[in-house]
Design a protein around this ligand. Structure first.
Ligand SMILES: [Zn+2]
Length: 406
């Protein structure tokens, strides 16, 4: 038996007037998902526990069968894992953005750009290397990542503080969170030193001359220690792989003990290498039991508020990921059980995530049970969820159902 989880990131949405008051998933042509849903089970999964932010980190951790209440320690350690950084037990990872800040004369601080103009990795590596040379101490170390996304490693005890994600403050006042950094002498020294080094750096002088946003500050957030997660092998007895274009997902996969399959041309958007992903999933199932395939496109389209792109991403998920994988397994005569779902909603009208429970298909290629008889949508999922008297399975329960371990 082979086991699959296929995830359209942020695929869930709300009814839209221009789509006859249907959601993009309901409106888009998804013949394979509808067929699997009709012949399989349909239920709701609660991927975001109450009180947790509806992030992709928490939601996909759930979909891998780990309860966030037990295993979630923050976003930065997952991204560090994806960058190949092995966190020691006494280290904490912080996400370190290179940002554009406006320090006003009255002492107020404004977040102009959480990404310093989506600064290139080549430029940012020079900046981070300079910061490491000039600011590193026994406690603090900078590690260069991609574009504006870097990591600060902190060894041993450090002054704790409340941090906020910079992308929640685009163009907004960040005086209060900035002051929190300034309250402690160690953090204050680090931030101010970084500020003066960045202000005089040739990379920023060139950016200024070209009229680009300068990376004139660092912003620390998403901190956490290494999650101690037993692997999927240890928990469920499965060997498997994870396929995604997104570092955060790769970090989750590393911590879950999955092999990470890097697909050339996987972009995280609607121009991604679908065929490469589907082929890799089929290939790894020749020798392994489990694959988790993640498609970022619907989420990106949701954040950008682009309805046509979201419809396209959903139709491509059906036609270019789910269909070839299902057909490939059927052609090989392989028995399989498959989950198709999303991690969370990213409604086009809101352009951010919300924590609604997500409609979930569980299909068994042996087709021994009576199917749901329903097409796959948020509405049919909600109706199926209501019949369960309000108790919804979490990701761990979903995984156990997939594996017939409960
Ligand atoms: Zn997501």
């Amino acid at each position: 038996m082979k086991y699959l989880i296929l995830v359209g990131d942020g695929m869930g949405d709300l009814p839209i007037a221009d789509l006859d008051n249907r959601t993009p998933l309901d409106f888009a042509a998804t013949p394979m998902l509808d067929d699997l849903c009709q012949k399989g089970r349909l239920f709701l999964t609660r991927t975001i526990p109450e009180g947790y932010p509806p992030g992709s980190d928490v939601a996909n951790l759930s979909l891998l069968g780990y309860r966030p209440e037990e295993y979630y320690t923050g976003r930065a350690p997952l991204e560090a894992a994806a960058m190949g950084i092995n966190l020691a037990a006494d280290e904490t990872a912080f996400r370190c953005n290179l940002v554009t800040l406006n320090h006003k004369k009255d002492g107020k601080v404004q977040m102009i750009d959480y990404s310093a103009g989506h600064i290139s990795s080549e430029e940012s590596r020079q900046l981070i290397e300079t910061l490491e040379t000039e600011c590193a101490t026994k406690t603090f170390h900078f590690k260069a990542g991609i574009s504006y996304r870097h990591i600060l490693l902190v060894k041993g005890d450090y002054p704790a503080m409340d941090t906020v994600p910079p992308h929640d403050f685009i163009d907004k006042d960040v005086t209060v969170p900035w002051q929190r950094y300034m309250e402690n002498p160690e953090w204050k020294e680090l931030f101010n030193k970084a500020k003066s080094i960045l202000a005089n750096h040739p990379v920023n002088q060139k950016r200024a001359a070209k009229g680009q946003n300068q990376a004139n500050g660092i912003w620390l957030w998403g901190e956490g220690k290494l999650p101690s997660m037993p692997s999927i092998q240890e928990r469920f007895g499965l060997q498997g792989s994870l396929i995604s274009a997104v570092d955060l997902l790769k970090g989750l996969g590393v911590n879950a003990g999955l092999d990470i399959l890097n697909i050339p041309g996987a972009t995280g958007y609607i121009d991604t290498n679908y065929k490469g992903k589907a082929d890799a999933a089929l290939e790894c199932l020749k020798t392994q039991d489990f694959v988790f395939v993640h498609l970022e496109g619907p989420d990106e389209a949701g954040h950008q508020g682009l309805m046509q792109d979201k419809l396209q991403a959903i139709e491509d998920f059906d036609a270019k990921i789910v269909t070839p994988i299902v057909s490939g397994l059927r052609n090989r005569g392989e028995e399989f059980r498959l989950i198709a779902t999303m991690d969370h909603y990213t409604p086009l009208s809101l352009r951010t995530h919300i924590d609604n429970p997500v409609p979930t298909i569980l299909y068994d290629s042996r087709e021994q049970e009576k199917g749901s008889g329903q097409n796959f949508s948020e509405k049919t999922g909600d109706e199926a969820g209501k019949k369960k008297n309000g108790t919804l399975p979490d990701g761990e329960t979903m995984m156990k159902q997939l594996l017939q371990q409960q």
